[in-house]
Design a protein around this ligand. Structure first.
Ligand code: AHR
Length: 497
């Protein structure tokens, strides 16, 4: 394998724009994501509503676009009315999805206030399992209708005179999954989602709707499910959802090459949507919402029976996980022309970048860092890089690039960002040909490398952190650098002219 790469980054070779929604996340009533995660009355940093200030600070660092809420599998058996009004009157319920006890101490009103406090919008999922299309209309009325009707006045009575104005709505969650409360066949879901979408948009025509695509690319009904659902709903919805989780099943190269599967999945779903576009003679292209993605050790997941805020799905991430995660993030950004929303699942404790101790500290997991690098730096226009990178052989995917990468150009800030992983076991020497931008100066270089099995713990929260590298002061036309084996990097360049 040659270890040298030259990539031409020309500001006229454009893929699309990276909006803030590409850096979204997911908060489900699951395990300790809400309770003991964002919400813990009595915690030394809790505000008067019971939300943890230390967690809020970390959430702000990640600069999330949207917070998807309240599920997930949870939502398919959830009655949103249980989560409104005086807290001491809210019912305690069984949550079938995660065999847990739900106290309902956090509901739509508290969550919308929380999202606003961290500078994010809410992406609200309605119940298409036990819920009806009419329930979906009622919750849009509660959240967005100004007043003078039963549900909008109920919101006002509950202390929110101004509407929440939620723009993004998911019409259910993973309705093809047998694990879902009230799973549906594709045509049954398609019909139900269409009726729900009609009512929801009648109540508020300004909202954007996301319909459920296949729960994963491994579902037997994929991609037929997606085609059938879109044939029913194409004209009434704005996004089709994709979900996918990856894990290290023993072959490190296959795991690091997971980004390749994600890219193929996105392309296949886009092609399926485009088939329906042609069938419908539609002029509108369906955008995609990758509203659940992450590393998740599903094979090791064990549920508990009927506990409140159980310690479940609390994966602890290593440096290796962070590098594989970084490759997935580059892939999402490189598909920004179709993927307009992407939610890192989830936000706190449950397969998450932030981990908390009850009554104690909140720490950053390894995957926190690639996400922060991207959300804080990679904005503006995504560039299509031209050039060949070395290939490595993966048993699962064949030959894949050893350097998954993405490049963004921010015209306003006059900045170029290059984010990449080296997933090979060798050093890689990379040159960027930035001639269309003139000379550039390296303003920031952050790198994650070292012991691949290292992870951050409550005892040692900074075991894995990005290292800031020295930046030479001279401007160059072809910046070059060396990537150590199995590492992840962000380079930010200032344009000199
Ligand atoms: O994020 C965990 C679960 O994964 C979600 O509840 C569900 O939508 C998916 O299967």
């Amino acid at each position: 394998m040659s270890n040298t790469t030259v990539l031409l980054l020309d500001k006229d070779y454009v893929i699309g724009q990276v909006g803030k929604r590409l850096y979204s996340t997911f908060v489900e009533h699951l395990g300790r994501c809400v309770y003991e995660g964002i919400y813990e009355p009595g915690h030394p940093t809790a505000d008067k509503e019971g939300f943890r200030g230390d967690v809020r600070e970390l959430v702000r660092e990640l600069n999330f676009g949207a917070l998807r809420y309240p599920g997930g599998n949870f939502v398919s058996g959830y009655n949103w009315l249980d989560g409104i009004g005086p807290r001491d009157k809210r019912p305690v319920r069984l949550d079938y999805a995660w065999t847990s006890i739900e106290s309902n101490q956090v509901g739509i009103d508290e969550f919308c206030d929380y999202a606003a406090s961290v500078g994010s919008e809410v992406m609200y999922a309605v119940n298409m399992g036990t819920g009806t299309p009419q329930d979906a209309g009622y919750i849009v009325e509660y959240a967005n209708f100004p007043g003078g009707t039963y549900y909008s006045d109920l919101r006002i009575k509950n202390g929110h005179r101004e509407p929440h104005n939620i723009k993004l709505w998911c019409v259910g969650n993973e309705m093809d999954g047998p694990w879902q409360t009230c799973q549906l066949e594709a045509s049954d879901y398609g019909k139900k989602a269409l009726e729900a979408a009609k009512i929801m948009k009648w109540v508020d025509p300004s909202i954007e709707l996301c319909v459920c695509g296949s729960a994963t690319s491994r579902q037997p009904s994929y991609p037929e499910w997606d085609r059938i659902v879109l044939e029913y709903t194409y004209d009434k919805v704005d996004y089709l959802s994709l979900h996918r989780y990856y894990e290290n099943l023993g072959d490190e190269t296959d795991f690091l090459a997971s980004y390749h599967e994600m890219d193929g999945f996105i392309k296949a779903v886009a092609a399926t949507a485009d088939y329906v576009k042609a069938l419908k003679r539609s002029k509108r292209t369906m955008m995609l919402s990758f509203d659940e993605w992450n590393i998740w050790y599903q094979a090791k997941t064990q549920l508990k029976s009927w506990e409140t805020a159980p310690h479940i799905l609390e994966d602890r991430y290593t440096l290796l996980d962070a590098i594989a995660f970084g490759g997935l993030l580059c892939t999402l950004i490189n598909n920004a022309d179709r993927v307009r929303i992407a939610c890192l699942a989830q936000m706190v404790n449950v397969i998450a970048p932030i981990f908390t101790e009850k009554g104690g500290a909140a720490i950053r997991q390894t995957i926190f860092y690639p996400f922060a690098m991207a959300a804080q730096n990679c904005t503006g226009t995504v560039l299509r890089s031209i050039g060949k990178t070395p290939l490595i052989e993966s048993a699962a995917y064949g030959s894949v690039s050893a350097i998954p990468h993405t490049a963004t150009w921010n015209e306003e800030k006059k900045e170029l960002c290059f984010m990449c992983a080296n997933i090979s076991g060798e050093e890689q020497h990379v040159t960027l040909d930035t001639r269309s931008m003139g000379k550039v100066i390296l303003a920031r270089h952050e790198a994650l490398s070292g012991n691949l099995s290292a992870a951050n713990t409550l005892e040692n929260p900074d075991k894995v952190t990005p290292r800031r590298r020295a930046c030479p002061s001279e401007a160059v036309e072809k910046p070059c650098f060396t990537l150590e084996p199995k590492s992840f990097h962000l380079f930010r360049y200032a344009i000199t002219k």
